[in-house]
Write a protein that binds this ligand. Structure first.
Ligand code: GLC
Length: 746
């Protein structure tokens, strides 16, 4: 029986430890730090260039314009580029088109190259699972790899800057953009932010296959009231600093090149005009050296917000706040000269914004290598290794929510009925923000199942039932179900039901899908629901009445293969929920790391923080997910019962695979402070690791608890470890687990 140790997610055996020690010693002696970028040289080049620029050229660098959705450029772009009056485009893509426009910029007086950007959120041409799904893998290696593949394909297509990662925490799943982020938890979201920035940029984003990243949307965009996109947010400074800011700080610490200002009004000041966010926090407190781009027309939208009378005032407020580049609206360029003349902005402000943009352009390497290699593009897009990575990411993102034994499908089956429009849909698996993905490349679920079933299993299909289907005639589906040993119903949301401008007032299964499932269940066959969705949905009836429920999210180009891998048992699901799954819409905003209140919810106590008509518990808790294997946790240990405020300890437990199948488990560590200088959550995630164990294998999983894990913001928002008692859980979700406590001494 192999006995290994896992510390913070890294598996150590004696041999491996020796190899690591030798490698570290060798690196220290022979290698310069990887990715060292000549920052001083870049500053010299920036300032030398800046000193030669005219006002029109300076304002041009602060202008980003949009190309066509299909990647075409506009004739105006060529004219502006030749004049040095354009800094960047979004959407323009494809090596040949990019080069055509870049050559126009290189023909300008100062030959400043354009920075080509695009929303490569979860893949360029090879589309990976949506970010919420990737997060559900709880596997930062997978997330990093997905971003790395997206960067490689984007770079081959001439893109040098992506508007990702989206790191907005979301506690209200009515908000459509929950699908684009990492869910409700700050610790998990911060880990994913670091992994994505590292995947896109590496140590040096001028390197081949790498692109500049963008942390968005700064800040608290996910706190939109009512879950309605673009709506106002009103968030206390403590909640901003404890919940919404840390993933952005993590991205910055990972070296993210740029930030994007959010659409929303934050506490009465729209983010795009919010100097506290853009300068006081981002520059002065955090030392950010890159540049901030506004969101799409967000500068001119300051007029709608009611804090700017016209474009000139909007431009003055945004630039003064610290927004350096204007996306699509043109007030910086149209009003800049006047604002300087009227001293509403200063030459120094303008120069600093241009300096930041030039700095990122130099760091991105586009001065030294401005053109795309038109020969490599075709070989890189949809490369077999990329498709394989996308399929693996999808498999690892799936979350098994219920299984009465119906999964994996038995080899004895001779027929299965696949039901639902989503099963043959080629757009829905790609989810929102499809980059340059093409539906025709999607392996849809029906195809995946047919290819895996082969000749031995008859696969029938009925398109009855779907997110937009209102029909109550289920006869076609029932006929298919009656003729099959098992029914696989693919239900959920289509591509347009989550993402930007796609908030829903209800989390109900849309269309006629719940009624369809009830009819199928009544037909008496085991029904397996495969959920394709971008947010949690009301699925209480499914959980209570169906044989199995597998969450597949929007799984990307390789959806069908990945679903077949898991349904037929070629792979075991191991994902965990990145949010608390509400029982009903009425519960939201809803999250596990809530404060206790003075009257904690107690179903038996009328005067407690609860509902009269619904349990306040989740349908499924944050961090929850089943496997085809079975695991036990035992042997909880704390290496100390008391530590000093500057001390640390190790919490550990023994994980054992007690089944006959190899599989993955995600072991999670949570803490709670019972008494502190501010009210603390009832649980806070402070460590996780996904491990694969063979049948019968045991592994002691260790977590270090030190300053980073135990600290929190005191009444002056200083990060400190306070004396007091803490409870620790080691578990496989945010509920239950092995527990113990220790004290931090004065
Ligand atoms: C959109 C989104 C933002 C995106 C930008 C460019 O409105 O809010 O996330 O990066 O515009 O497409």
């Amino acid at each position: 029986m192999r006995f290994t140790k896992v510390i913070q997610g890294l598996e150590y055996t004696e041999v491996k430890l020796m190899k690591i020690i030798i490698a570290v010693l060798a690196a220290a002696v022979f290698c310069a730090p990887a990715g060292a970028v000549d920052q001083a040289g870049i500053e010299r080049r920036v300032n030398a260039l800046l000193s030669r620029m005219t006002l029109e050229e300076k304002l041009g660098q602060l202008q980003q314009l949009a190309g066509e959705a299909n990647g075409d450029l506009h004739p105006e772009h060529l004219v502006l580029a030749k004049k040095g009056a354009l800094g960047s485009t979004l959407h323009v893509r494809g090596a040949a088109r990019v080069n055509e426009l870049q050559k126009a910029a290189l023909a300008s007086r100062l030959k400043i190259p354009l920075l080509f950007s695009f929303d490569v959120i979860h893949g360029y041409r090879t589309i990976f699972p949506v970010p919420l799904a990737e997060t559900a893998s709880w596997d930062t290696d997978i997330v990093r790899e997905a971003a790395s593949v997206a960067a490689a394909e984007s770079r081959a297509a001439g893109i040098r800057w992506t508007f990702a990662p989206m790191v907005d925490i979301a506690r209200d799943p009515r908000w459509g953009r929950i699908v684009e982020g990492s869910g409700e938890d700050t610790w998990l979201g911060s880990a994913m932010a670091r992994a994505r920035v590292n995947g896109f940029q590496g140590a040096d984003y001028s390197a081949p296959g790498k692109i500049a990243a963008c942390a968005k949307h700064w800040a608290a965009y996910g706190a939109a009231e009512g879950g309605r996109d673009y709506n106002s947010t009103d968030v206390s400074e403590r909640t901003l600093r404890e919940i919404y800011f840390p993933p952005f700080k993590a991205a910055l610490e990972e070296g993210v090149a740029t930030f994007m200002s959010a659409f929303n009004d934050l506490n009465g000041v729209p983010a795009t005009a919010n100097r506290w966010l853009m300068t006081d926090i981002l520059r002065k407190e955090w030392g950010f050296q890159g540049f901030v781009v506004s969101d799409y027309t967000a500068v001119d939208e300051l007029i709608n917000h009611g804090i700017a009378a016209d474009g000139a005032e909007a431009a003055a407020k945004a630039l003064t706040a610290g927004v350096d580049m204007e996306m699509v609206s043109r007030s910086y360029n149209s009003e800049g000269a006047r604002l300087l003349k009227e001293k509403r902005i200063s030459p120094a402000q303008l120069d600093e914004a241009v300096r930041r943009v030039l700095r990122v352009k130099f760091r991105a390497g586009i001065f030294d290598s401005p053109l795309a290699d038109e020969k490599e593009e075709a070989d890189v897009l949809l490369a077999p290794a990329h498709l394989k990575a996308a399929r693996n990411a999808a498999v690892r993102s799936f979350v098994l929510l219920k299984n009465d034994g119906a999964l994996p499908l038995s080899g004895a089956l001779s027929s299965i009925a696949v039901i639902g429009a989503l099963a043959a849909d080629k757009e829905a698996p790609l989810g929102p923000w499809v980059g340059d993905g093409r539906a025709r490349d999607t392996v849809d679920i029906l195809r995946g199942l047919r290819e895996r079933a082969g000749a031995g299993i008859k696969v029938s299909y009925s398109p009855v039932g779907g997110p937009l289907d209102k029909s109550t005639d289920f006869s076609g589906a029932l006929e298919a179900a009656r003729g099959a040993d098992a029914v696989i119903a693919v239900v959920g949301e289509n591509q347009e039901m989550s993402g930007e401008a796609s908030s829903r007032s209800s989390l109900a299964l849309p269309g006629n899908q719940l009624e369809l499932l009830k009819a199928l269940r009544a037909a008496g066959k085991p029904v397996i629901a495969v959920l394709m969705n971008g947010r949690p949905l009301e699925i209480g009836w499914l959980a209570d009445n169906l044989s199995a429920v597998l969450e597949i999210w929007h799984p990307g180009t390789m959806a069908g293969g990945a679903v077949a891998d898991v349904l037929f048992g070629d792979a075991s699901p191991g994902g965990k929920l990145p949010f608390s799954w509400p029982r009903a819409t009425g519960q939201v905003p809803f999250y596990y790391n809530h404060r206790n209140t003075g009257r904690p919810a107690n179903p038996d106590a009328k005067y407690s923080s609860r509902y009269l008509d619904l349990a306040i518990t989740p349908q499924f808790p944050f961090g929850y997910g089943l496997s085809y294997s079975s695991f036990t946790l035992s042997g909880f240990e704390l290496s100390a019962s008391v530590i000093p405020a500057k001390g640390s300890l190790i919490a550990s437990a023994l994980l054992e695979n007690v089944s006959s199948r190899a599989g993955d488990e995600v072991v999670q560590l949570y803490i709670r402070r019972k008494a502190a200088s501010s009210t603390r959550p009832v649980r806070e995630l402070r460590g996780f690791t996904r491990v694969t164990l063979l049948p019968g294998e045991k592994r002691r999983i260790e977590f270090k608890l030190g300053h980073k894990e135990l600290g929190f913001l005191d009444e002056k928002f200083r990060f400190k470890v306070e004396p007091g008692e803490l409870t620790v859980w080691i578990s496989t979700s945010s509920e239950g687990g092995l527990t113990g406590s220790f004290r931090v001494s004065k």
